[in-house]
Design a protein around this ligand. Structure first.
Ligand SMILES: C[S@@+](CC[C@H](N)C(=O)[O-])C[C@H]1O[C@@H](n2cnc3c(N)ncnc32)[C@H](O)[C@@H]1O
Length: 200
């Protein structure tokens, strides 16, 4: 679902970019390691800060990225305009990713899966598009945060079938991904690195 006005503003400012860079991406890098070049995908890319980090911090050769919100894609294209040959953006839905099977070395999720009412099918799509041995890096917002009164008042999220760290870990495994590491903060935010089995 699209962000409401409050969250759109929260996602499109320098503070958000700094948090994503210094804490979220840095933690995922520590947990899952860098890429050896290769092709990456970012689901729900927002204004393109994640795509920039996937190239510069994780070391992908190229990144494909999409978001449900066309306004985000305009911003992301502008942000990476000087590197358009390495960063491709489109408007799209994470439940149905319009690419062939097994083409990415890594898939990244910076806080989008909790926005989907039916989030489990996204994990099946992530597994489908990863190459065998490819990695899934995810930063997510847990049900405990989403269901707090202040968050409910200010933000707009689906409320049913939310997940905690254990439920998300189990869903990764059920979707056929192999969980490598997970960490959480305040039982409200969590980070996951998983891998598509080499033989899958
Ligand atoms: C909390 S924002 C995070 C944006 C960006 N990843 C970041 O970290 O700044 C969630 C993003 O997911 C996008 N989104 C929501 N539902 C989506 C879907 N079904 N498919 C793709 N993107 C979606 C929203 O438009 C929004 O840009």
């Amino acid at each position: 679902m699209l962000l409401n006005r409050v969250e759109f503003a929260l996602m499109n400012n320098p503070v958000r970019a700094a948090i994503q860079r210094r804490f979220e991406a840095a933690r995922l890098l520590r947990m899952g390691g860098p890429l050896q070049g290769g092709a990456a995908l970012e689901i729900g890319c927002g204004r393109g800060v994640g795509a920039e980090l996937i190239l510069d911090l994780f070391g992908a050769d190229g990144v494909d990225a999409f978001d449900l919100d066309p306004r985000m894609i305009v911003r992301a294209r502008e942000r990476l305009r000087s590197r358009a040959s390495r960063a491709r953006f489109w408007v799209g839905d994470a439940t149905s990713i319009p690419v062939p099977d097994s083409i990415y070395d890594a898939v990244f999720d910076f806080g989008i899966i909790h926005h989907l009412p039916r989030w489990r099918p996204v994990l099946a799509e992530v597994k489908r598009v990863l190459k065998p041995g490819g990695r899934f890096y995810a930063e997510e917002v847990l049900g405990r945060f989403i269901q707090q009164p202040i968050a409910r008042r200010l933000l707009e999220h689906p409320q049913s079938d939310r997940f905690d760290r254990e439920v998300f870990c189990a869903a990764l495994t059920e979707s056929g991904l192999e969980l490598l590491r997970s960490e959480e903060l305040w039982r409200s935010f969590a980070w996951f690195v998983a891998r598509k089995p080499a033989a899958a």
